[in-house]
Design a protein around this ligand. Structure first.
Ligand code: PYC
Length: 309
């Protein structure tokens, strides 16, 4: 039997990797992204495991599967995935996809729109190669919910949607300029477990504290599904944070918010009200990605770990 081959382009956005399938990937059944994700997760999940898991990938990576759009006025459809499954949206990932398309000379600076499972996301590619996302409608649903963790006592959580569901907690551990990642992971995992007892839709935890750079407004640590933490400030997490700031009146429409991640890299955020009576915003998130790999993936049918382990 012959090898199967397909091409992926690697990038990182503020330190967080994205691996985009740019050609030779599977062609799912269906007419639109909601049907395509069903088909991909049911019939082609091995492409996810092949490129994210060992021995070829890294569990930290987010994958992006590029597809022709259902509506030709959009640039592309994108299905995001990680070490354990599929994501409705991924902010750092979409910035990586835009940079990947620029690297491939498939797009030029200007405004591009993408079909994601969470909805249409616009991306403006600037001449300096930064990308600003106009993300899906975002909102806070719960304020200061007490959660009792087994090892860290009671924390207070806001729950908000920014393309994914987040539980956001201000925590003193984030006051440390170089906090222990394993302790942050333990804390965030315990918070997630408690939160999901009542809100099973929540699958990301965002711990936050003061900034460490002169221009920053806050720094976060984001636990993603699959027990990995985001090296970037997290695009959907920044959107959820903006929704909380808007709801509490701490940030006004059009004002800038510099969101640092755990590597002290940052995204610039701002928002417009979509529906101020219901607290729904349109978030804007700006960042930069760099392409750092262009790989021809080889699936050798004799390799027991060709599809990942
Ligand atoms: O940037 O939205 C994001 C994201 C979600 C999971 C990892 N990164």
């Amino acid at each position: 039997m012959n090898n199967l081959q397909f091409r992926v382009v690697d990038s990182h956005t503020a330190g967080e990797p994205t691996r985009t399938i740019v050609s030779g990937g599977p062609k799912p059944e269906g007419e639109n992204i909601n049907e395509w994700i069903q088909s991909i997760s049911k019939d082609f999940d091995r492409f996810r495991t092949a490129i994210i898991l060992e021995p070829r990938g890294s569990e930290v990576m987010v994958g992006a599967h590029l597809l022709p759009p259902a509506d030709p006025k959009n640039t592309a459809a994108v299905i995001f995935f990680n070490n354990v499954g599929y994501l409705g949206m991924c902010g750092h990932g979409l910035i990586g996809v835009v940079e990947t398309l620029r690297y491939l000379q498939r797009i030029a600076p200007g405004t591009h729109s993408f079909e994601t499972v969470a909805g249409i996301v616009q991306a403006e590619l600037f001449d300096d190669f930064t990308v600003q996302l106009k993300n899906v409608p975002s909102y806070r649903t719960v304020e200061q919910l007490p959660l009792v963790t087994p090892s860290f006592g009671t924390v207070h959580a806001d729950i908000a949607y920014g393309g994914n569901w987040f539980c956001l907690v201000k925590h003193p551990m984030m006051n440390d300029t170089n906090p222990s990642k394993s302790q942050l992971l333990k804390l965030a995992t315990e918070i997630l477990e408690q939160c999901r007892l009542t809100f099973p839709e929540v699958d990301h935890v965002e711990l936050f504290g003061p900034p460490v750079t002169p221009n920053g407004n806050a720094r976060n640590f984001v636990l993603c599904p699959g027990a990995m933490y985001d090296r970037s400030p997290c695009g959907t997490g920044t959107s959820a944070k903006l929704a909380c700031l808007a709801a509490s009146g701490e940030l006004k429409p059009g004002e800038s918010w510099i969101q640092e991640g755990i590597l002290s890299t940052s995204f610039e955020g701002s928002f417009e009200w979509l529906d101020s009576t219901r607290g729904i915003i349109t978030p804007f998130v700006r960042g930069r990605a760099f392409v750092n790999g262009d790989l021809n993936v080889v699936i050798d049918p004799n390799d027991p770990f060709a599809w990942g382990l």
